[in-house]
Design a protein around this ligand. Structure first.
Ligand SMILES: O=P(O)(O)OC[C@H]1O[C@H](OP(=O)(O)OP(=O)(O)O)[C@H](O)[C@@H]1O
Ligand code: HPA
Ligand SMILES: [Mg+2]
Length: 180
């Protein structure tokens, strides 16, 4: 079974759900009456977007962007490609970007710059996971769920060669999985 390939669970399903409630409450307070555009970054942010937005108790609009900087492997290529753009204009909008993880920071720094260039009124970032040791550019999220160590993590949207996104928790794979 898939779970037999996991060496260690770093963040449990319960901890993730509790964090979604907490972040949802903070977002509700901050964005009450502002009708923010909540942008999920595909594919990784999909489970977090689904769970977090259910805990936001004020009107929001949701949209998605698909960008890729990793290709298929473990390291960022450094080049960000837009695979799917927003359907909505960000001009004059309060934009809240939802991410599963900030690692090198390249994906988000690209998106933040892009939304400012497109004249968003404000751009903020909420990430489930923050891996500060991976940073290649200066970037501090406005809200972060958990700090993770400098290891490749999978689950709850995060993949290794497109697998493991459907795990309900965040974990680390057994080393033999990468070797095979
Ligand atoms: O801070 P960075 O080093 O840029 O890494 C973070 C980004 O990389 C992953 O996405 P990926 O490009 O692998 O696409 P995916 O979400 O479809 O897996 C992850 O979901 C973040 O979007
Ligand atoms: O640790 C990670 N795991 C999965 N995808 C990622 N994209 C950036 N960092 C990671
Ligand atoms: Mg990925």
């Amino acid at each position: 079974m898939m779970k037999d390939e996991i060496k260690e669970v770093l963040i449990s399903e319960q901890e993730i759900q509790d964090k979604c409630r907490e972040l949802g409450q903070r977002i509700t307070e901050e964005y009450e009456g502002r009708f923010p555009l909540v942008v999920g970054v595909l594919k990784g942010a999909m489970p977090f977007m689904a769970d977090l937005t259910k805990r936001i108790d004020t009107h929001i609009e949701m949209d998605f962007m698909d960008v890729s900087s990793y290709g298929k492997g473990l390291v960022s290529s450094g080049e960000v490609k837009i695979l799917k753009d927003l359907d909505t204009s960000v001009e004059g909008r309060d934009v809240l970007i939802l991410e599963d993880i900030i690692d090198s920071g390249l994906t988000l720094s690209y998106l933040i710059e892009l939304f400012h260039y497109r004249k968003a009124k404000s751009v903020k970032v909420v990430t489930l996971l923050d891996k500060p040791d991976g940073r290649k550019v200066d970037l501090v999220p406005d809200m972060a769920g958990f700090i993770v160590p400098d290891a490749f993590v999978v689950g709850y949207g995060l993949d290794y060669i497109e697998r493991y996104r459907n795990l309900p928790y965040i974990g680390v794979l057994k080393p033999e999985i990468y070797e095979s």
